[in-house]
Design a protein. Structure first.
Length: 281
C-alpha cells in the first residue's frame, strides 16, 4: 500500500471515529482530496533522510507568542515558518470563495474545519517545496488530535515545542495587541508586571511600542476582544490540550514556560533547544 492510500484510509477512518464536522456544500473539497493535497505537499521521501532540515511544531494558547519565536527560529535555521493563522488571514483578505465563511468562524472564535486548514496548509507547503525547502516550522497546526494523527501519518515530526504563559499575562497580552494598518507591523501596548509570590519570580513583559510613523495607524484585530479571547482559550483547552498529550506520549513534547519578555525568553528557549551556539547569528 502506498503512503498516499494509507493516508486517505487513515483520514477516512479518523473521520468516522471522531464523527467529524459537518461540511458546507460551498466548500468544493472532499476529505480524500484534502489528504491527497497534504501528502503530495510534504516531501515524504526526504523525511527520514539525514541532513534534511527540521520539522518542528509550535503548540500553545492563542496569543502566547508562538509566531514570534517560530519566526525567529525559522530565520535562525533557514526553514519556512508556516502559520495557519496567517494563511487564514491571507485567504480572508483575498475575498476568495472561502472568505465570508471564514470570517464568521474567526469572529466567533471557533475552530476552522480540518478540510479548510489542510487545504490552505497543503498549498503553502507546495509553494515552499517548489522553492527547495526541506523542513518547516508549523505554528497553529495541528490544533486537534485528528489533525495530529493526519500529520503523523504523512511525515515525521522531530520536535513539538509547547509554549506556556501564565493566564493573566496571556489575556493582557492578547488585549494589548495592535497592528499597523499601513505596514502590517505587530505591536503590543500592554505593560505586564506581575509581582513574584510563593516562590515564582516577578514577571515583567514590557510593551512593544510602534515607531512614531505607525502610531496613528494602529488597529486592533476584530477577534482580539476580551469575549473572543476567552472563547479562544476555552476552545483551545477543550480541543488542543489532548494534542499535547498526543505528542507527550510519543516523547516529542518540549515544555517551555516563557519567563518574561522576548530577549529573556529567546535566550532561554535557545538554551532549551541546545541552539546556544547559533545565538550570535
Ligand atoms: Zn506601520
Amino acid at each position: 500500500m502506498t503512503v498516499l492510500s494509507r493516508l486517505i484510509l487513515r483520514y477516512r477512518t479518523a473521520s468516522a471515529v471522531h464523527g467529524f464536522c459537518t461540511r458546507s456544500s460551498e466548500i468544493d473539497l472532499t476529505i480524500a482530496e484534502s489528504a491527497v493535497a497534504l501528502s503530495s505537499a510534504i516531501p515524504v521521501e526526504n523525511s527520514n533522510v539525514k541532513g534534511r532540515n527540521v520539522q518542528w511544531v509550535f503548540l500553545g494558547c492563542p496569543g502566547v507568542g508562538k509566531g514570534t519565536y517560530a519566526a525567529r527560529l525559522s530565520n535562525l535555521l533557514g526553514v519556512p515558518h508556516i502559520a495557519t493563522g496567517d494563511l487564514v488571514r491571507q485567504e480572508l483578505s483575498s475575498y476568495g470563495p472561502l472568505s465570508s465563511q471564514l470570517a464568521d468562524i474567526v469572529n466567533q472564535g471557533k475552530l476552522i474545519s480540518d478540510e479548510i486548514i489542510i487545504n490552505l496548509l497543503s498549498k503553502r507547503l507546495e509553494e515552499s517545496q517548489a522553492k527547495g525547502a526541506t523542513g518547516f516550522i508549523l505554528d497553529g497546526f495541528p490544533r486537534t488530535v485528528r489533525q495530529a494523527e493526519i500529520l503523523e501519518g504523512v511525515t515525521d515530526i522531530d520536535l513539538v515545542i509547547n509554549l506556556k504563559l501564565r493566564e493573566e499575562a496571556l489575556i493582557a497580552k492578547c488585549l494589548g495587541r495592535r497592528i499597523c494598518s499601513e505596514c502590517g507591523g505587530n505591536y503590543n501596548v500592554a505593560c505586564i508586571d506581575i509581582k513574584g509570590e510563593d516562590g515564582s519570580p516577578r514577571m515583567y513583559m514590557p510593551p512593544l511600542l510602534p515607531p512614531p510613523n505607525c502610531e496613528s495607524k494602529l488597529i486592533t484585530r476584530s477577534d482580539d476582544t476580551e469575549e473572543v479571547v476567552k472563547e479562544r482559550l476555552l476552545v483551545y483547552n477543550e480541543k488542543s490540550r489532548p494534542v499535547e498529550e498526543f505528542y507527550r506520549a510519543r516523547g516529542k513534547l518540549l515544555e517551555f514556560t516563557l519567563p518574561g519578555g522576548i530577549p529573556e525568553s529567546w535566550t532561554k528557549l535557545l538554551q532549551a533547544l541546545n541552539l546556544d551556539n547559533h545565538a550570535d547569528k
